[in-house]
Design a protein around this ligand. Sequence first.
Ligand SMILES: Nc1ncnc2c1ncn2[C@@H]1O[C@H](COP(=O)(O)OP(=O)(O)OP(=O)(O)O)[C@@H](O)[C@H]1O
Ligand SMILES: [Mg+2]
Length: 186
Amino acid sequence: MPEPDRLYQAPVLEGSEATCYTGSGPGASRSRGKVKHVRHIDLADELATELLGRRIAATLKRGDLVTLSGELGAGKTTLARAMIRTRAGVLIEVPSPTFTLVQTYPETDPEIWHADLYRLDRPGEVDELGLGEALDAAAVIVEWPERARRPLGGDRLDVTLVHTGAGSRRATLTAHGSWKGRLRHV
Ligand SMILES: Nc1ncnc2c1ncn2[C@@H]1O[C@H](COP(=O)(O)OP(=O)(O)OP(=O)(O)O)[C@@H](O)[C@H]1O
Ligand SMILES: [Mg+2]
């Protein structure tokens, strides 16, 4: 992986640190020169992950799709929970949708659907969840998107979390469609 350019040192809040970088990657556009569509963000602890969730949530609107990838315990639900609570404005319960597959939050603005595809029995089952239709009226967050075996939408932000230590993670954000113009605000 090429050494990313240091772009932005996020504010330190309550002892938590997140360091953000931009870099070229498969999603980056060379023809547009300085516009980068991939960002790497080092998350020192769980609070830093929550702060990233809040920043992504701040740009969230109806029709947005955010996918969260990473191994078990990488922090996908932690990130999604922070996003949902940000748009709810209060500390609502946000259980993992591991068994229900989808949890909906009509009380958030925009409405959010939170899905976890880990326990999909077959890839075709994802169509029955109605996530595509939900995007007409809601924002959709999907954990384990690779279980669907095909892209869930073209206009999306892909977030991958990897362990870099017991309590630290590295997030890679790849923007597609309208997210390309919004990535620098995250
Ligand atoms: N920097 C961090 N970011 C997120 N979670 C962290 C971090 N450090 C430690 N943790 C812990 O790691 C766990 C992450 O659990 P979480 O349910 O968010 O993972 P997940 O990726 O959704 O897993 P699954 O694939 O099982 O759904 C939590 O117990 C959390 O407290
Ligand atoms: Mg989870």
